[in-house]
Design a protein around this ligand. Structure first.
Ligand code: CA
Ligand code: CA
Ligand code: CA
Ligand code: CA
Length: 402
């Protein structure tokens, strides 16, 4: 799939006259290159594991989409749903919510998981919402949201900023700026394996920050290629240790997602390669990946993979694959139906919003507005009837990628 990648560049071109949008575009370009570079390094590290790779799964189609609700971007190219993460219930209706960023508007929105209603919206500096990370006990035991703005300026310097916000209102609890020009603090975020800390990357190094106060515990930590781009995916082989997944760079033209045994935080000592899933043609399989809990009840966590360039029903209609973590076999496949719909550019588990035992996932797609521009649509979709049991929202849900 060339078009999503192209769209990022197209969007950047359209917004080139807008200084802030240009800065955001520069950041997007850097991030994509960063991912490409990291993954190129990973290819070398992981090459020896390929001998143990599983055969590419043969995917089969399942029932039609059951869309619970959808919300469309207010305008084209505004970066709506650049990042989306599930958040535990905030309004007491028993359903989890979603936090999402509208990147070009420097905004974060909290929306009801039940119906998509806007619960709150708060804004920040340039590139606010580039990364999001849910912190379950971040504000005196209440849920908080860590928001990265790696292109934020402070004192005339683009050092980046990371801030913690109480939910649902978004009140700022603390913020941290980068130390030097070009620092880009907040290029990536990941909760540390020890409770109460988050690992925050900047341009040249990473630091460990205490969530309660925002103060550094360690600084000048090395940027480990494995670490910074590995996605915790749950325990897919049932050995009690969290495993992790990575995908081919979107820019490489390759389409694969690999799953390794072991802790993401220890990814420099990666364990065995458990699965290698390969896409078809230019379907961009692996563009997005997320943990989804144990859907089929076999005691091992499963995963969800987006393929927004899937051409099964129409050119670049897109697809979402739900895969068994233990066997690697497909549990469900959801496909887009319209040309350039790009279903699956962002995917993740929301939870069970109507307590019927069937999981709801969130997924983005694109639709053409009446000017011919593309707007992002965020939808919550019920997975087809499964044999499995439902899990709570994954708290350490890592963001998927644009
Ligand atoms: Ca709720
Ligand atoms: Ca494991
Ligand atoms: Ca399972
Ligand atoms: Ca449900």
């Amino acid at each position: 799939m060339r078009t999503v990648w192209d769209r990022v560049r197209t969007w950047c071109g359209k917004r080139a006259s807008d200084t802030s949008a240009s800065a955001t575009c520069a950041l997007l370009a850097c991030a994509l290159l960063f991912v490409s570079t990291a993954r190129a390094a990973e290819e070398t590290v992981g090459a020896g594991d390929d001998d143990r790779s599983a055969a590419a799964a043969q995917l089969t189609e399942s029932a039609p989409l059951e869309v619970r609700w959808s919300v469309d971007a207010d305008s084209a190219w505004n970066g709506f749903a650049h990042r989306v993460v599930a958040v535990p219930d905030l309004d007491g209706d028993g359903s989890p919510e979603l936090a999402l960023s509208v990147l070009a508007e420097r905004a974060v929105e909290i929306r009801s998981g039940r119906d998509g209603a806007l619960l709150s919206r708060f804004t920040g500096p340039e590139s606010f919402g580039f990364e999001l990370c849910v912190v379950p006990g971040g504000a005196q035991g209440a849920v908080a949201l860590l928001v990265a703005a790696p292109m934020a300026e402070s004192g005339g310097l683009v050092g980046g900023r990371v801030s913690l916000h109480a939910l649902p209102g978004g009140e700022r609890l603390w913020s941290r700026s980068g130390d030097a020009p070009g620092d880009r603090l907040g290029s990536s975020l990941a909760l540390a394996s020890d409770d109460g800390f988050v690992r925050v990357s900047s341009a040249g190094a990473a630091r460990l920050i205490e969530l309660a106060t925002g103060t550094d515990v360690e600084s000048d930590l090395p940027l480990l290629p494995w670490w910074r781009d590995a996605l915790p995916i749950g325990d897919v082989d049932g050995d009690g240790r969290a495993d992790f997944a990575r995908s081919a760079s979107p820019a490489s033209g390759d389409t694969w997602t690999r799953v390794w045994s072991g802790q993401a935080a220890e990814a420099s000592q990666a364990g065995a390669l458990l699965h290698q899933f390969t896409g078809e043609g230019d379907d961009s399989f692996g563009w997005s990946v997320a943990p989804v809990g144990d859907l089929d009840g076999d005691g091992a966590d499963d995963l969800i993979v987006g393929a927004p360039g899937d051409d099964h029903h129409a050119l670049d209609a897109g697809a979402v694959h739900v895969l068994s973590g233990r066997s690697g076999q497909p549990l469900h496949v959801l496909r887009g139906s319209l040309a350039e719909e790009h279903l699956g550019a962002t995917v993740g588990l929301l939870g069970d919003i109507n307590a019927d035992g069937r999981a709801e996932i969130f997924v983005t797609s694109y639709l053409h507005d009446n000017t011919g521009s593309l707007r992002t649509r965020l939808s919550v979709v019920t997975l087809p009837e499964s044999r499995g049991t439902e899990r709570a929202v994954t708290q350490d849900h890592a963001p998927s990628r644009l």
